[in-house]
Ligand binder design. Sequence first.
Ligand code: UGA
Length: 380
Amino acid sequence: MKILILGVNGFIGSHLSERILRLTDWDVYGMDLRDNKLGSVVNNSRFHFVEGDIAINKEWIEYHIKKCDVVLPLVAIATPKTYIEDPLGVFELDFEKNLIIVRQCVRYKKRVVFPSTSEVYGMCSDEAFEEDSSNFILGPICKQRWIYSCSKQLIDRVIWAYGEKFDLDFTLFRPFNWIGPRLDSIEEAKEGSSRVVTQFISAMVNKKPIVLVDGGSQSRSFTYIDDGIDALMEIIRNDKGCANRQIFNIGNPANNCTIKELAEKLRKIFTNHPLNTKNVESPEIIVQDADEYYGQSYQDIYTRVPNIQKAQKLLGWSPQISLDNALQRTLDSFLTELNKVSSEKRPSFTEQIKKMKGSKVNTDFIAPKNEAFNPKQLTK
Ligand code: UGA
């Protein structure tokens, strides 16, 4: 099978590619702005990558939609701060640009597996959200946060209608707060524009306080990426058409917890983590008003639990990874990555010595490439 993944270097795209290449004989054709999250995947002979932008490289995309069997358009803005700061950018990318891809899938009769979102349910008051019966409850227009939910809802409806009117072969999947390695970048988190888990990890490693928006009594059902990818693999395999024209919540109701509990769990894991070499003290947790943290056009969602019976029944899938385990693995990966980057950035022996004013040490030799600074060598 040939799979086209647009946004292949993203959180979901990179994990999915890795799994496909490891467990199947499928080919992956991927486009993204960069390939920095793809690791050794780029060396696989069944992985075909092109650096590009979905708004620009239209011919490449059309050609590959024709060529491939399944299309996953994963390019989207998915961080709440951006919904408020750049609402039109969210609409243009998440709705308009993706609509072009969806229409090409209709035209060339290709199967599209499209990322909807848990956010479409908005402030729905159901205890657990169901794909085919829950209502979508959004706030007023002046609350820009809902433009993402609304854009995604509209494209879900358009895809559904193309299924009915033009036989588009589709599956919509709704991730519920997937977390794991490569979720967002720590650098973006410094600006406050990442999702909550990355935001908290970034605060701890940068010795900044963890901020609980409005006290942190709101809850989310955090789902480990590997569980999400298990479900996606079943959707792509589509055994006996089990996922045809279906919408699936892909989340872990057993991992539902408040944001305050999340902060406390992460802080505990971080404080005792072997890679936490500098931050021996326990990071501070503070409370901030949503208006102050996000701005006035933000509105929060207080409960968000998925009903996953449909995925369990039709896909034979159930999430396996507990919240504690998911947080441990996520933090491990971020700290390992940060440690690697900081040792790569560490100045070479020669650079360190040159900086030392008045040093009597002869710096006229070349330190081996990537050699880490070792102060003991100075005394030799
Ligand atoms: C997310 C994003 O919209 C998308 O990534 C996605 O479609 C969807 O939900 C999902 O992953 O299911 P949300 O869960 O509100 O929305 O995003 P986060 O930024 O992760 O925030 C979760 C909660 O933590 C919110 O209540 C927020 O107010 C709170 N928060 C966030 C804090 O208390 N402190 C922070 O520093 C950041």
